[in-house]
Ligand binder design. Structure first.
Ligand code: G16
Length: 546
């Protein structure tokens, strides 16, 4: 069977590529202004079909989202059969296809690709897709559908969903009828699975005070609306920032990225949250989660991905011990360079810790090496993976005491509550709430697990972020030449100082991270580093970022 060249060419011509743009499959797929992505969506439809054919007709997912980015941005990423990110080796194929300039080049590139990776075109292609609430979404989905049609894929539209729900559905579809069956492949199946597991896990524990949930004015609101009634009286969710139909407000002065980068309460919650109360923020597609609370004096305290990882790791480690499985199940943690130094120390005192480059795909794969792999980025993106052999151990272990049996039951509920496909803000939120209920922790008690080193994240605009190249899990720059030496000289002047610079894979900026012993020092360090980075590329100190 051959490619349908006339159909591919005809539909290709409906989606011309903007001449001046070079697209790149980045940290989480393609991301840029939504109105520039039409051609990319068409081509990703074709590629998703080919990926499915290559994998013998397994269902591939396509998510149209730009997650934490501003509303005008959009993006697309492919989801592999177990609900994980697209295999890395295909990212370069995606980039190559996104950048060809004519229908003939496109068909030739496809033809060469099909031969190179040995795709049997007679195999079926199955693709399921969804989008977030961005205004550019419907037109981009139409372009995607043309791509799916051009490759003859059997396609299913899940409409507006959170990113983790799409990942969940992909995993469910591909495991249906197997021993790894993951659940009912529908949004309702997802809500019921999580709610049931949550209620099992908290049982008769005292209900916590209501939880304010900042939905970032995005699709997360729909998920909160759907799951809240299923939780009965076990927890009351109070959704805020729910203006999903209002233009210009998605992720604006709210949401997980705002909280993490600004380290402050979204202004819209100022009149909602009272001293002593906790709240959380989702991001635009509900795959990131940040917690925070106001202390008795009304002061804001952030509980980020590192703090979530610490809370969850300690809880799971205790359950493993409590069920008599210590030595049989190894709990490990995966972090990135953004992890606060104090969190790394806290973890290293308890469990093995690995550091990998930014991006869920890196963390996810590293976490698979542990029986229970806890991975969280400081920005609130993460989950916990239970390996197949760990699941088998949990299912077959014979507890020798009632206390062992209880811990084992809780571990099994956790395997149902936690989204094994990808980081998921809603699932993670219920996980945190369950642990807080078990520990009887307030936000303040959770926060006291360790004290964060003051830290600062800054974005720097440069003409070409691709000249920035890193090594050592992004902790050191190898290009531009000489820059790392300057950073080393600078950081030595700050007690407990640490800094690194890396190009973002989702925004057109270079990111600067710094931490030091005092707030004053860290701010100074971060802005000096940003200045060095800016001057190295732009050369005009008068235009430095402030
Ligand atoms: C995506 C990735 C995350 C990553 C983040 C920022 O998150 O899934 O793993 O931490 O981008 O990446 P970068 O610093 O390269 O821009 P999201 O929530 O935007 O999908």
């Amino acid at each position: 069977m051959a490619l349908n060249v006339p159909l591919l060419s005809e539909l290709y011509d409906k989606h011309p590529k903007p001449a001046h743009i070079t697209f790149q499959y980045g940290t989480a797929g393609f991301r840029t202004l939504g109105d520039q992505l039409d051609s990319v969506l068409f081509r990703m439809g074709v590629l998703a079909g080919l990926r499915s054919k290559k994998l013998d007709g397994k269902t591939i997912g396509v998510m149209v989202t730009a997650s934490h980015n501003p509303e005008a941005d959009n993006g697309v990423k492919l989801v592999d059969p177990r609900g994980e990110m697209l295999e890395t080796s295909w990212e370069s194929h995606a980039t190559a296809l996104a950048n060809v300039n004519t229908a003939t080049e496109f068909v030739d590139a496809l033809d060469a690709f099909v031969k190179a990776v040995k795709i049997d075109l007679s195999k079926p292609a199955r693709v399921v897709y969804a989008r977030d609430t961005r205004p550019s979404g419907p037109a981009l989905v139409a372009a995607l559908e043309d791509g799916l049609k051009a490759i003859g894929a059997e396609a299913h539209d899940e409409g507006v969903q959170t990113t983790p729900i799409l990942h969940y559905i992909v995993r469910c579809l591909n495991t249906k009828g197997t021993k790894d069956e993951y659940g009912e492949p529908t949004p309702d199946g997802y809500y019921n699975k999580l709610a049931t597991a949550y209620k099992k896990l908290v049982g008769t524990k005292t209900t916590l005070q209501p939880l304010v949930v900042d939905c970032a004015n995005g699709v997360g609101f729909f998920a909160i609306e759907k799951i809240a009634p299923l939780l009965d009286s076990h927890i009351k969710l109070v959704p805020q920032n729910v203006a999903v139909d209002t233009l210009g407000v998605l992720n604006h002065a709210c949401g997980a990225d705002f909280v993490k980068t600004q380290q402050k309460l979204p202004p819209s919650l100022a009149s909602v949250l009272k001293p002593g109360e906790r709240a959380c923020s989702l991001d635009g597609d509900a795959d990131r989660l940040m917690y925070y609370y106001l202390d008795e004096r009304g002061q804001f305290h952030m509980l980020d991905g590192d703090k979530i990882a610490a809370l969850v790791t300690a809880f799971i480690s205790d359950l493993v011990k409590g069920s008599g499985l210590e030595g049989k199940i190894e709990v490990g943690v995966v972090q990135t360079a953004y992890a606060n130094g104090s969190s790394t120390k806290y973890m290293e005192d308890r469990v093995p810790v690995r550091c990998v480059p930014t991006g869920v795909k890196h963390l996810h794969h590293a976490a698979e090496h542990f029986s229970v792999g806890v991975y969280f980025e400081a920005n609130g993106h993460g989950t916990v993976l239970f390996s197949p052999s760990c699941l088998e151990t949990l299912r077959t272990h014979e507890p020798s005491t009632p206390a062992h049996a209880t811990s084992l039951k809780h571990l099994l509920s956790l395997t149902e509550l936690i989204n094994q496909a990808v980081g998921d803000a809603v699932s993670d939120m219920l996980l945190v709430e369950a642990v807080l209920a078990h520990r009887s922790y307030s936000g303040e008690q959770w926060d006291s697990l360790y004290a964060d080193l003051p830290n600062r994240l800054v974005k720097v605009s440069v003409p070409n972020r691709n000249v920035f190249k890193t090594e050592d899990a992004e902790r050191r720059l190898v290009s531009p030449p000489g820059l790392q030496t300057k950073l080393d000289e600078l950081v030595r002047k700050y007690e407990g100082g640490r800094t690194f610079v890396r190009p973002s894979g989702t925004e057109d900026v270079v990111r600067v991270y710094a931490e030091a012993r005092s707030r004053g020092h860290v701010d100074e360090l971060a802005f000096k580093v940003a200045g060095i980075v800016y001057d190295s590329q732009n050369g005009d100190p008068a235009k430095r970022p402030r």
